[in-house]
Each structure stands twice: as structure tokens, then as C-alpha cells.
Design a protein around this ligand. Structure first.
Ligand code: ZN
Ligand code: ZN
Length: 372
């Protein structure tokens, strides 16, 4: 699996006439090699030569044993100790990857991830270095998920759905958002997640009008809508789901916006198929809310890709006209937000299939009314 990913990457590097790629120790490196690191200050870089020779990894000596055992592709390691610093190890790795005279090479680097520290070290080791952004190359490879990735995502979905059910079953009026959040975190871990995908969101009453609400000590009250947005990480891959529940009987406005969001979510999922664009799916969901008179209150994109990270390409938004390919995973999460009043969002995880699309999340979408 990982060797196929490396092969596809090398083909992409050659297509773009690049000499190679330098990767930071983050999601792209995990995708390629199975190696994952805690973020740190010690220089760690993987150099992937476009000639197909095994990648060369400059690595702090204390990480060497673990990484050597975890790598899923052949890699050459160049460990360095704190007392000596990384320069000699980097020089040796550069010579091994690009030859003894590595002048004037063009490498792809991750513009959004590489720090000045790594860039300066590379420039010192590779005179007259030219760089291009690796982000779109890796994003394109990662957008379409293979069978092993989809299996991990589906397990992450099963975990979060069972945790969400357990959480909702315990919600009562008078509990605070933070209390519900803690129940949700515990349920996600108890259901078998490696961790939460992200800090869950519990947004109640007027707080539901803020899509990026920070959980507070506000107690849930009768008549509230409560937005629950949470996810589970399993074997590196994440799920991301939102459901909105009512505490006791909701008012007319709450019911009205919930029904619109529900129909918008269904329209977005129905528009998903091979060849459809993120823009088309966004337009389908948005049209429902616009026709219902709340267009100005749907204030974010309809969805985002996900996989190793919670937010990946493709963006499900106006302007993204790229046709989606089978295996692409993304969310459909329309919402309506009425400042100072209330809000609702329904988020599903969807995969494009050979002839349509499938919602990986199957948690009931009808408005659930919790005892007040
Ligand atoms: Zn979410
Ligand atoms: Zn999301």
C-alpha cells in the first residue's frame, strides 16, 4: 500500500520535473511512510529523490529506533545527536539522496508546514536550491482514499456514532455545555478511538449561532437547540459528525431552520457523484436554504475533505470546479445561524463511489427531542 503511494509520488515529481521532495514530520510523511512524530523543535526531514531511490530521513537519534521499526517503505536513516546538531546528518542525507554535488536542485517543499529552521538548513546543504510548493502534489495524491484508508475512516465513523448516541442519551436540561463535552470525550475514547479528531463543540441556545463556539458553563435550557460536533481518530484517520438536538419542544423558528438544514443536507448529499464539483454540491445545499429565506445565515462552506487531517482538500464551496473522483471523502454540513437566537447544523461524512456517493455516517437525522 505505502510503496504504491511512493511510486505515485515519484511519478508526480517526475511529471513536474522536480529533483525531489523534502517532507516535514507530519501528515504527508505519515501518508507516505507510516511514520508519525510528535511535533518538536529537533530537525526531522525526509528527502525523497525523484530517481526512485529509497527516501533519506534525517532524524534525532532518540527517534531512530522507533522510526526504523515503524517505516512501511524502505528508508535510509541519518540520525543526529543533540551534542553535534543536525548539519552533518543533513549533509550526508543530501549526498545520499541527490549525489555529492547537489547544486541548483529544484525540490518541492511544504510551504504551509516547513519552518524557516528547516528551509535555512536545506539551503545550507543544497547550494542554489530552488523550491516549489509540494502542498498541491500531496493533496492530489491524498484526496482519493484507498481501501485501507476507507476501512479506517469507516471504523472512526462507527466509533463516533456510538459515542454520540451514548452522549445524547445522557443529555438533560441543567447540564452545562462543558459537562456534555466531557461526556462526549469520554464516550469517544471508551468506544475505541485513539483520540478525538478535534476538541468537540457543544453549542446551546444562542451559542448555537456561532459555528466555532468554545464550550462554556452555560446550562442547557428547555427550548434550546444544541449543536454537537465531534469526531474520532482511528489508526490515524478521522471522522467528523454534527447533529443538532432540542431540549424539550423547540419553538417555531427552531423547527423551521432545522427542517431547512435537514433538506439542505439531503440535497448536498444527493448532488455528490463522480464528476460533480465541490461548487455543485455547495450550490445544491445552499439553494435549499436560500429558497427558505435564510441564505444570509448560511455563513460557511458546505463541507471540507477529511482523512489523516480534519480539514483537507477538496473544499465543498463555490469556486472549486474540480470534478470529484471515486474514493474522495468529504463532509456535507450546511447550517443556519441566527445571531443571539439559535442555530442548527447537520454534518455527514460522504465518500464518492463508482456510480454515486455513500454517506459513511448513518446516525438518524430527524430532530431528536431530549427530555427537558
Ligand atoms: Zn464537524
Ligand atoms: Zn466538519
Amino acid at each position: 500500500m505505502h510503496s504504491q503511494r511512493l511510486q505515485r509520488l515519484i511519478e508526480a515529481l517526475r511529471d513536474q520535473r522536480l529533483d525531489g521532495l523534502a517532507l516535514m514530520p507530519d501528515a504527508n510523511l505519515a501518508y507516505l511512510s507510516g511514520l508519525s512524530f510528535h511535533p518538536g523543535k529537533r530537525l526531522t526531514l525526509a528527502l525523497v529523490p525523484a530517481d526512485g531511490a529509497p527516501p533519506c530521513c534525517v532524524i534525532p537519534a532518540l527517534e531512530h529506533g522507533r522510526a526504523g521499526a515503524a517505516a512501511r517503505i524502505p528508508m535510509r536513516f541519518f540520525p543526529w545527536h543533540d551534542a553535534e546538531g543536525p548539519a552533518a546528518a543533513l549533509a550526508a542525507a543530501v549526498a545520499a539522496a541527490f549525489g555529492p554535488d547537489a547544486r541548483g536542485r529544484t525540490l518541492a517543499i511544504e510551504y504551509a508546514a516547513m519552518r524557516v529552521m528547516e528551509l535555512r538548513a536545506l539551503e545550507a546543504a543544497l547550494p542554489d536550491l530552488r523550491t516549489r510548493d509540494a502542498t498541491p502534489i500531496l493533496a492530489d495524491l491524498r484526496m482519493v482514499k484507498d481501501a485501507a484508508e476507507l476501512a479506517a475512516i469507516e471504523q472512526a465513523v462507527r466509533i463516533v456514532e456510538s459515542a454520540l448516541e451514548r452522549t445524547i442519551a445522557q443529555i438533560r436540561a441543567g447540564m452545562t455545555e462543558r459537562q456534555v463535552s466531557r461526556l462526549c470525550s469520554e464516550a469517544i475514547l471508551a468506544a475505541g478511538a485513539d483520540s478525538e479528531s478535534f476538541e468537540n463543540i457543544v453549542a446551546s441556545g444562542p451559542n448555537a449561532a456561532n459555528p466555532h463556539h468554545s464550550n462554556s458553563d452555560r446550562p442547557l435550557q428547555p427550548g434550546d437547540l444544541v449543536i454537537l460536533d465531534c469526531g474520532a481518530r482511528y489508526q490515524g484517520y478521522i471522522s467528523d459528525i454534527t447533529r443538532t438536538v432540542a431540549i424539550g419542544a423547540p419553538g417555531d423558528v427552531a423547527r423551521q431552520i432545522y427542517e431547512l438544514v435537514l433538506r439542505a443536507n439531503a440535497a448536498g448529499r444527493a448532488a455528490a457523484r463522480p464528476g460533480a464539483s465541490g461548487a455543485a454540491i455547495d450550490a445544491a445545499a445552499r439553494a435549499v436554504i436560500e429558497q427558505g429565506g435564510y441564505g444570509a445565515h448560511f455563513i460557511h462552506r458546505t463541507g471540507h475533505g477529511f482523512g489523516l487531517e480534519t480539514h483537507e482538500p477538496p473544499n465543498i464551496v463555490a469556486g472549486n470546479d474540480e470534478p470529484l473522483r471515486p474514493g474522495t471523502t468529504f463532509t456535507v454540513e450546511p447550517g443556519i445561524y441566527l445571531p443571539g437566537v439559535t442555530g442548527a447544523r447537520i454534518e455527514d461524512d460522504v465518500v464518492i463511489t463508482a456510480d454515486g456517493a455513500r454517506s459513511l455516517t448513518t446516525f438518524a437525522r430527524e430532530l431528536r427531542i431530549v427530555e427537558a
